[in-house]
Design a protein around this ligand. Structure first.
Ligand SMILES: [Zn+2]
Ligand SMILES: [Zn+2]
Ligand SMILES: [Zn+2]
Length: 317
């Protein structure tokens, strides 16, 4: 491998240039599938090439950055593993575009069957009879796009997650995946690149409680926003989404059998997380009180402009 930047690592341009050949990408995939390092001959036998010199040339182009030679044979380096992970997730190649499908799972609010579709990297969720939570989706390519009625939100989910799963399993797995990401965000960690993210809350001054407000385009008066300063990851939604990692809310959820990762409870967990009372206590600085309810119990959390809990209010207020 040739051009390296000053600290000895390849620049992104050179790293991607080193991958600009189908044989090299295949080498990475074969090494990614192997359970142990592969000897030169084992690797060669698993690839559709019949010219050792050419094969050696391509392997050499990958060595030192994507592939390393160990005493037991060739293996992926960390950058090579990340490339194979991205390929296997389907995120860089697949566009399944699943049409809107009825799910064998009921809306925890109205008990009607939910519907999902996969679009632009996310599972979008609809209830045909509930009110929309939003009037547009920010996950659509080309900026926010208008959505059909009954839109409950989107759950980022790589294409590989759609394989070998029923629509119901897709919906539940997408909830679990999203909750894992949101817990990272709540802890200040970008779920895609691990850089430090900061969350901000926005309060809508003249929020219209009837359906989707025309000012903030949402049913929620207080919205969460988090942008990664290092990668394109960004997330937005109801303020409560930033509280998934708050121990007070986690304990409340678990006390009521609402495990944010279990397929059995992710939908009910989502309902509690989205059907709460919100009260703006002050705009500047922003202080809001969110009251969650489950099985007749309530938990009120006061949070600041970054979505951090500043006070726990016992009982109804
Ligand atoms: Zn519903
Ligand atoms: Zn509003
Ligand atoms: Zn990031």
């Amino acid at each position: 491998m040739s051009d390296e930047d000053t600290d000895g690592r390849l620049s992104p341009d050179d790293a991607f240039a080193a991958l600009s050949d189908e044989h090299r990408v295949r080498i990475l995939r074969v090494l990614g599938d192997a359970e142990a390092p592969l000897a030169f001959s084992e690797l060669y036998d698993r690839l559709p090439v019949d010219d050792t010199a050419r094969f050696n040339y391509h392997l050499d182009e990958l060595r030192g950055h994507f592939v390393r030679k160990t005493p037991d044979g060739y293996a992926l380096d960390y950058p090579g593993r990340r490339v194979v992970e991205a390929i296997r997730s389907g995120a860089v190649t697949e566009e399944p575009e699943i049409e809107r499908t009825t799910v064998d799972d009921r809306c925890p609010t109205c008990e009607n069957p939910l519907e999902i579709q996969w679009l632009d990297g996310s599972v979008e969720v609809f209830c045909p009879t509930c009110e929309s939570r939003w009037d547009r989706s920010h996950g659509r390519v080309g900026g926010p796009g208008a959505v059909e009625s009954g839109y409950l939100g989107r759950l980022p989910f790589p294409p590989a997650g759609l394989r070998d799963r029923t629509p119901r399993e897709v919906l539940r797995a997408a909830h679990a995946w999203t909750n894992v990401e949101l817990i990272a965000v709540g802890c200040g960690v970008c779920p895609r690149c691990a850089a430090a993210v900061r969350t901000e809350l926005d309060g809508c001054r003249d929020h219209d409680d009837e359906g989707v407000c025309s000012d903030c385009r949402s049913r929620f008066a207080v919205l969460l926003r988090a942008d990664c300063p290092n990668c394109p990851y960004r997330v937005g939604g109801a303020a409560a989404l930033g509280l998934l990692s708050a121990p007070e809310l986690l304990a409340f959820m678990l006390d009521h059998g609402l495990d944010p990762f279990s397929p059995r409870s992710v939908l009910r967990h989502d309902r509690v997380l989205n059907e709460y009372d919100e009260r703006i206590l002050s705009m500047n600085p922003l202080r809001v009180e969110l009251t969650f309810s489950a099985d007749g119990d309530t938990l009120s959390l006061r949070v600041d402009e970054h979505g951090d809990v500043v006070d726990v209010v016992d009982g109804p207020t």
